[in-house]
Design a binder for this molecule. Structure first.
Ligand SMILES: O=c1ccn([C@@H]2O[C@H](COP(=O)(O)O)[C@@H](O)[C@H]2O)c(=O)[nH]1
Length: 233
């Protein structure tokens, strides 16, 4: 199935049952779902099968970052499970990203392959502490350019960088943006945030939303409000 919605709901739950409990209330024609490190580490490939069985397109967000051969193998394993999207860290460098892309091409695997630039939880001080003097926006641009040259289909960035990346990398280059916060929502550990409507206006192609929906008192009502705000309802 191929859907138009930009929404990707992050199923950050500590068990398969909890994740499927929300998934069973979602409509796979109106959103995609994301499986991240916590859920995948607990449930393994079973969760992917269960979500596919319910008709969802799945973004497997494991942010691979290792030597090129290891990352290529991991990306191949993800793609062979039929996920819609998988990601690596752009900081792993050109050879790592190229090895991942070439492996998918070699096996005719059509999974979207994207690269994480700078985590949306990071701000300038965090980058400085790990030896990066550039502000987040410049580091994101540098890594997005490298990701595009290495054949990635897009990047994970914050929506604050989407409009600049639209100019730099073009409309078709995917800008998958977590750190989405409706105005009333708590920021939590996120630092480079934006509201859903502003993120779309800025050029994000996909919005990743976790806690504002999954931790809401009424997750389905929170999602409805979001869809109405984006005129997707
Ligand atoms: O830079 C990044 C990359 C990935 N994420 C993931 O997105 C969701 C966001 O969840 P919220 O609850 O809406 O904050 C989460 O799964 C992260 O692992 C990110 O936030 N930033």
């Amino acid at each position: 199935m191929s859907i138009d919605s930009p929404l990707i709901i992050a199923l950050d739950y500590p068990s398969l049952d909890a994740a499927l409990c929300l998934a069973d209330r979602l409509d796979p024609a109106r959103c995609r779902v994301k499986v991240g490190k916590e859920l995948f580490t607990r449930s393994g490939p079973e969760v992917i099968e269960a979500l596919h069985g319910r008709g969802f397109e799945v973004f497997l967000d494991l942010k691979f970052h290792d030597i090129p051969n290891t990352v290529a193998g991991a990306v191949q394993a993800a793609a062979e499970q039929g996920v819609w999207m998988v990601n690596v860290h752009a900081g792993g460098g050109r050879r790592m990203m190229e090895a991942a892309r070439e492996r998918l091409e070699h096996h005719g695997l059509k999974t979207h392959l994207i690269a994480v630039t700078v985590l949306t939880s990071m701000e300038a001080g965090d980058l400085a502490e790990v030896g990066i003097a550039e502000p987040p926006a410049s580091q994101v641009e540098r890594l997005a350019r490298l990701a595009q040259e290495s054949g990635m289909h897009g990047v994970v960035c914050s929506a604050q960088e989407s409009s600049r990346l639209r100019e730099l990398c073009g409309e078709a280059f995917l800008k998958v943006t977590p750190g989405i916060r409706p105005r009333s929502a708590e920021q939590g550990d996120q630092r480079r945030v934006m509201s859903p409507a502003d993120a779309m206006a800025a050029g994000s192609t996909h919005l990743v939303i976790g806690r504002p929906v999954t931790r809401a008192e009424d997750p389905m009502a929170a999602l409805e409000t979001l869809q109405r705000e984006l005129t997707l309802a």
